[in-house]
Design a protein around this ligand. Structure first.
Ligand code: NI
Length: 166
């Protein structure tokens, strides 16, 4: 296991279109998922996409309760019309938070770490994390989704003015 270096906004890998992964069960990908999990937990994140550790591959992990789950080649589809605005942060943009509007519910498909097809529905924070991480696979960072830059700032300042609400 190893803690990997996280790319920060400005690194070109974060702007790339990540590549499809034909076989999630390759040993080097299993090791990558373990290392990404260790990296995410060390950094206090709730999600991490492979491009954030300098690998432009279609893979992300996220905290699913006590577990860390991995999704390869995710395809997300909004479910319904409902949108929700909430604060987001990103390990590639340390110290900042911004309010981002996204679909509240989604369906997702992809492959799990065993290479088995998975599909499901998610809403609220889980749907938000999955959308944020899938954006990383398409070269998008959350500020690119923002429309109201009055709700963008440093965590410490936002906490001071009590503006950080869900
Ligand atoms: Ni992020």
């Amino acid at each position: 296991m190893a803690i990997l270096k996280i790319a920060r906004m400005g690194h070109p890998v974060l702007l790339q279109q990540a590549e499809h992964i034909p076989d999630p069960t390759l040993p080097e990908l299993r090791r990558l998922v373990r290392d990404m999990a260790e990296t995410m937990l060390d950094a206090g994140g709730i999600g991490l996409a492979a491009p954030q550790v300098h690998l432009p591959l279609r893979l992300f992990i996220w905290r699913n309760g006590e577990q860390v789950a991995a999704l390869f080649n995710p395809v997300l589809t909004p479910l319904g019309e409902e949108l929700e605005t909430a604060w987001e942060g990103c390990l590639s943009i340390p110290g900042l938070r911004g309010a981002v509007t996204r679909p509240r519910r989604i369906t997702f498909t992809g492959l799990d770490a065993e290479g088995e097809p998975v599909e499901g529905e998610a809403e609220g924070i889980a749907a938000r994390v999955m959308q944020h991480e899938t954006d990383h696979l398409n070269g998008l960072l959350y500020p690119m989704r923002m429309t109201d830059f009055t709700r963008f700032g440093f965590v410490e300042e936002l906490a001071r003015t009590q503006e950080q609400k869900r």
